[in-house]
Design a protein around this ligand. Structure first.
Ligand code: S3P
Length: 172
């Protein structure tokens, strides 16, 4: 996988960060890390509980602490929570951790992937489709600033993972 320290997957909920990250880690024999899991471990409760009981700012604070704990990692594929890039501090940490890939997906693709899920507090609203469009348009500029942008619409998890492996292995 070239000279890359770690791979950091960024993008909206439902963009495929978890499934792509797990497959990519398997293919490369690298470790798989999920910042949402680490936040839940640190807090001792689920993300929905953190949002409900402590609020989004507390959740964002935990995300920063989790990123700080990953600075010395090597050979890891790190899937991040969809809003992690909102804080400049987190974007700077991501740069130190590894190469960032934005898994870009259209609102329609995202909606198809998440419509039957209930564990994402930001999308537990009457009109999730509209909410996806709203949040995505607020974040689009930030996401596009990642080092590599992969357009995932119409691509399988396997194809996305292969595309990332290919880019990384060429960066010797
Ligand atoms: C969030 C995305 C979620 C999780 C939290 C907030 C967001 O992660 O971190 O619900 O702000 O987009 P996934 O992108 O892994 O679903």
């Amino acid at each position: 996988m070239g000279n890359v320290k770690n791979i950091v997957l960024v993008g909206f909920m439902g963009a495929g960060k978890t499934s792509v990250g797990k497959l990519l880690a398997d293919m490369a024999r690298w470790s798989y890390i999920d910042t949402d899991d680490l936040v839940e471990e640190a807090a001792g409760k689920t993300i929905s509980e953190i949002f409900a009981e402590d609020g989004e700012p507390a959740f964002r604070e935990l995300e920063t602490r989790v990123l700080q704990s990953l600075i010395d990692k090597r050979r890891s594929v790190i899937a991040t929570g969809g809003g992690i890039v909102l804080k400049k501090e987190n974007r700077d940490l991501i740069k130190q951790i590894g190469v960032s890939f934005y898994l870009k997906a259209s609102p329609a693709t995202i909606y198809q992937r998440i419509k039957n899920e209930t564990h994402r507090p930001l999308l537990q609203v009457d009109n999730p489709q509209k909410k996806i469009e709203e949040i995505l348009s607020q974040r689009a500029d930030i996401y596009e600033r990642m080092e590599v942008v992969i357009d995932t619409d119409g691509l399988t998890v396997k194809k996305i993972a292969a595309a990332i492996a290919n880019i990384v292995s060429q960066s010797l």
